[in-house]
Design a protein around this ligand. Structure first.
Ligand SMILES: Nc1ncnc2c1ncn2[C@@H]1O[C@H](COP(=O)(O)OP(=O)(O)OP(=O)(O)O)[C@@H](O)[C@H]1O
Ligand SMILES: [Mg+2]
Length: 409
């Protein structure tokens, strides 16, 4: 699939911008802070209903405005689609698909699929486990949008169960605590069942996903880092004890049921400490995606360059999975080449050059390898101007020539 147009109104630093897009590579270049990432952030938002760098929507609305609008026109081999998102300050966002309002915004997920590489990806390797869980869940939703519902259900159950645990009061608190604990215990049984049911579905799906990702991560890591630098490993680790009683040939349903049973047992076991601490101690919200390079944990051991290669490998592997048997997702490379040495730059460029559409941002266009040729916009103060591709080896400018003239073909 590819975008044919991106139009923004009052999104981040843009008052109004309307960019025609074509398949192949499009480069957005310009000095720091001029709005390159803002553009691709909007594309990512149209695909995932979330920003890759802001946890809340408020910063996405231009300062002084009370609404931002993203419009993305998408073309696939089957049909064309128009996604329109209205981000409202202090009120629910609204989403329209082909001009029809959606009662559930999340029904738009899957219409546009993207894989976004950004400097923030380093946190996939170096950051908290929550970053890696989010990576898995985002990919799960991109692969099968119904998991947006599973994830939302789990988050809701987790929140309510945690509130219940907290309501029991701390250990050794006032006299009333004993009674409140007893009352809570009866209700907890019900919430344990909910948590185990939705949790099992989520974590088994994540385990499947990790198994599917593994060969792609190994391959991509070798491709980016260079031969003999790996291997890179990826392993899903549950937050609770459970023997894998189902064996290799178990069906998806059998695995989910076994995980549900195991999670219920685990919750019973940790219940006393949960009540003491007022937190939910077992479930997919505490599971870990373990990454390794050369059999050492990536977090805390991998070098800066290895961490970067691993983060890129995770995104490349996502791209491989998302495109398998389907149309290519739109690839977005936000400012990644500046972070890489020449060898890794070229290898990454070679891996992505064949994608149906690639959007690339760079402060210094010379950082972008030669093989990524295509349309080129310069971004300056919220305005875009089409530039000639700066691909030709820079001939020495004529004396007195302006920099712009030197770039002309
Ligand atoms: N809600 C907002 N309202 C107005 N301006 C905003 C808003 N959010 C961000 N900006 C401005 O947008 C600019 C950042 O844009 P962006 O992150 O796209 O820069 P960039 O071109 O990617 O820069 P770099 O090369 O450093 O990555 C900043 O100047 C910031 O002040
Ligand atoms: Mg940027």
């Amino acid at each position: 699939m590819h975008l044919t147009r991106l139009a923004l109104t009052d999104f981040r630093s843009y008052v109004d911008v309307n960019v025609p897009l074509t398949p192949g590579v499009t480069i957005f270049s310009g000095p720091n802070g001029e709005g390159k990432t803002n553009l691709v952030e909007a594309v990512g938002y149209a695909a995932t209903l979330a920003s890759h760098r802001a946890a809340q929507d408020a910063p996405l609305i231009r300062k002084g405005a009370d609404q931002a609008i993203i419009r993305a026109a998408i073309s696939t081999s089957a049909n064309d689609a128009l996604v329109e998102i209205e981000l409202n300050a202090g009120r629910a966002n609204r989403v329209r698909l082909n001009r029809t309002p959606l009662s559930r915004p999340r029904d738009v997920l899957g219409v546009l699929r993207t894989v976004l590489f950004a400097p923030e990806d380093l946190a996939l390797v170096k950051g908290d486990p929550g970053e890696r869980r989010r990576f898995l869940d985002d990919l799960l939703v991109a692969m099968a949008p119904r998991y947006a519902g599973v994830r939302a259900d789990y988050d809701r159950v987790l929140k309510q169960r945690t509130a219940l645990l907290k309501s029991a009061g701390p250990k050794g608190g006032p006299k009333g605590n004993r009674e409140s604990r007893e009352a809570v215990t009866a209700t907890l049984d019900v919430w344990d069942a909910h948590l185990a049911r939705t949790g099992a579905e989520l974590l088994v799906a994540r385990e499947h996903l990790v198994a599917a990702l593994r060969p792609h991560v190994e391959k991509s890591y070798a491709a980016v880092a260079g031969d003999g630098r790996g291997p890179a490993g990826i392993e899903y680790r549950r937050s609770f004890e459970s023997q894998d009683r189902e064996g290799e040939e178990a069906t998806h349903g059998e695995r989910v049921r076994a995980a549900e049973q195991a999670l219920r047992e685990a919750l019973l076991e940790v219940r006393a400490s949960e009540l003491d601490r007022g937190v939910c101690l077992a479930g997919p919200h505490r599971d870990e995606l373990e990454l390794s390079v050369r059999d050492l944990p990536a977090r805390g051991y991998a070098s800066h360059g290895e961490s970067w290669s691993l983060a890129l490998a995770l995104r490349l592997a996502s791209f491989d999975l998302l495109r398998a048997g389907r149309e290519d997702p739109v690839l977005i490379l936000d400012d990644v080449f500046a972070e890489l040495d020449a060898g890794r730059r070229d290898r990454l460029a070679a891996l992505v050059a064949e994608a149906e559409q690639v959007l690339v941002t760079a402060a210094v266009p010379e950082d972008i390898p030669e093989i990524l040729k295509g349309a080129h916009f310069r971004v300056s103060a919220g305005r875009l101007t089409e530039a000639a591709p700066p691909r030709e080896p820079a001939a020495a400018p004529e004396p007195g020539a302006t920099p712009e003239a030197a770039d002309a073909p």
